[in-house]
Design a protein around this ligand. Structure first.
Ligand code: FES
Length: 134
């Protein structure tokens, strides 16, 4: 609850950021184009190092279909392919492509001093499916 309150408060010092974002992995352990396993507060996470754009993404590790670990999947562009039934999830939006109303929870993350840090209290918003854009 304190962390959520801080997320809404104005960020005034690096120590505030340290409270919100917690280290999960040295970025050296997640080379470009790979997915790595991580865990924070007993929550299994998948860490993705996208090639284009060169950035990191973090999501819950269990696939929203039947729970396969997405770090065992395949990273193609900004999509992760589940290793079991091959659902494709768009990391940019969280949408499971071709499956209505099923989403992959992703989290805000930052890189600081060689560490990937995640704020579990900040799931990224899921935009409406493209077919509903006006
Ligand atoms: S467990 Fe991932 S698609 Fe079925």
């Amino acid at each position: 609850m304190i962390r959520r309150a801080l997320a809404r408060a104005e960020i005034t010092s690096p120590s505030t950021l340290d409270i919100m974002f917690e280290p999960v992995l040295p970025i050296s352990q997640c080379p470009p184009g790979t997915i790595q396993r991580a865990e924070l507060h007993q929550r299994p996470l998948a860490v993705y190092h996208l090639l284009k754009p060169d950035c990191f993404m973090v999501s819950d590790a269990p696939c929203p279909h039947a729970g396969a670990h997405l770090a065992d999947g395949q990273l193609i562009g900004a999509n992760v392919i589940c290793p079991v039934h091959h659902w494709k999830m768009d990391l940019a939006t969280g949408h499971c492509l071709g499956v209505d109303r099923v989403y992959l929870r992703r989290y805000a993350c930052i890189v600081e001093q060689g560490l990937l840090k995640v704020d579990l209290d900040q799931p990224l918003p899921v935009p409406p499916p493209a077919k509903y854009h006006f």
